[in-house]
Design a protein around this ligand. Structure first.
Ligand code: NPQ
Ligand code: MG
Length: 372
């Protein structure tokens, strides 16, 4: 196959409600979409990739303008110049360029989507999905009061979500967890995510979460503080799950061997794409470490691919693969709607979904065509 062109498209999607984490409050999702046009033995095709970078470098060092810049200047020209046997070759061509995993992931996903659409195979089949639907959890932001949080959690439980994740930060940790346990009981699958907001000096405070039987605590310390997580794990009963710290299968293997985590969150954007994400799944299965699929407030495009990944056999914990309505009143694709706490794994060619043309036009703020 060969690339004939790449479109960089920015879209703005309003969130149904502000989403507050330890790194800030989001009310609008500003997203870079990558659309590739390809030609090959099976004819012309197009494919989509959603870049999960935020508009600012708050979750990680990547941000949408930087992703667009590195794609425009380096990644797309390199890919256009290289022989392209298929999507599995993309990562190797892009490897000379350090970092920028979210940008690389979007480009590789778009090429993989185009290849699979041309061949009539689905993402799920390509990645090795073994389920036709996956159980879904939901991530609940930091609220201004405990009653407000309890209302939000009650609403999600009523919708059918099978697992609740509370965002925490210093000053909003033990009380909200205690309140959710007291109101909704010990049977609720419950976990917390700190997005790096603590230090090892907070170990005693974090140990106060131990009595609440949480599934895990996600990324309590800095993304680079692997050794800190090893030490913290020795002081907590709650299993530690790494998110921001894991950027490759090699990282995952090292973190597991060091004892820095007992659970792994996989986000394809963070690790450079779905093929690397599958390798992380494989590493975790080999070590008997539970793994689950994270979320980055994706539109239906990214959500479709995440559902395919989450259907692999090692994904034994519910992920943040929430329904469209958790974040968006109107999604970019046909909406994913929760059914008995589950979402379906798309079965059509490639991602199995496409943007709704009128919706895409409505939310687009900029487009740029890179001819190859
Ligand atoms: C996490 N996601 O697991 C992330 C963090 C996150 C679902 O909790 C805009 C774009 C806002 C990406 C807020 C969930 C975001 C974002 C939070 C990612 O750490
Ligand atoms: Mg996280």
């Amino acid at each position: 196959m060969k690339l004939t062109g790449v479109e960089l498209r920015r879209v703005a999607m309003p969130l149904v409600a502000p989403f507050r984490t330890s790194f800030g409050t989001e009310t609008m999702r500003d997203i870079l979409l990558v659309r590739v046009a390809t030609d090959g033995a099976n004819g012309a095709a197009e494919g989509w990739g959603e870049c999960v970078a935020m508009s600012g470098p708050l979750y990680s060092s990547e941000y949408a303008d930087a992703a667009a810049d590195v794609l425009r200047r380096f990644l797309v020209p390199a890919l256009a110049a290289a022989p392209l046997p298929g999507a599995h070759a993309v990562a190797g061509v892009l490897a000379p360029f350090k970092g920028h995993r979210m940008a690389k992931a979007a480009l590789e996903t778009a090429v993989l989507d185009a290849e699979l659409r041309a061949e009539g195979r689905s993402f799920g089949r390509e990645l090795g999905a073994v389920h036709d639907r996956v159980p879904c959890g939901v991530s609940v932001g930091i609220m201004s009061s405990v009653p407000e949080l309890l209302d939000a959690v009650g609403g999600y439980l009523a919708e059918g979500y099978v697992r609740i994740k509370l965002k925490i930060e210093p000053g909003w940790d033990v009380e909200p967890v205690r309140a959710v346990r007291e109101r909704y009981g010990d049977d609720v699958l419950l976990q917390v995510d700190a997005n790096t907001a603590y230090t090892l000096g907070d170990a005693r405070q974090l140990a106060r979460l131990d009595p609440f039987d949480l599934l895990l605590i996600e990324q309590p310390l800095d993304e680079e503080d692997v050794l800190g997580h090893v030490e913290l794990a020795r002081q907590l009963r709650t299993p530690i799950c790494l998110d921001e710290s894991i950027t490759s299968a090699r990282d995952a293997a090292a973190a597991i061997r060091l004892g820095a985590c007992q659970v792994v969150n996989v986000k394809p954007g963070r690790v450079g794409g779905y093929l690397e994400a599958r390798r992380i799944h494989d590493v975790c299965v080999a070590h008997g470490v539970p793994v689950w699929c994270g979320g980055m407030l994706e539109t239906g495009l990214g959500r479709a691919a995440n559902l395919a990944l989450a259907a692999l056999p090692g994904f034994t914990l519910p992920g943040d693969t929430s329904a469209s309505g958790r974040y968006y009143a109107v999604d970019l694709t046909e909406p994913f709607v929760l059914d008995d706490g589950h979402l379906p794994v798309p079965t059509g060619p490639g991602l199995g979904v496409v943007p709704v043309p009128e919706r895409l036009a409505e939310i687009t703020t900029a487009t740029e065509w890179l001819a190859c």
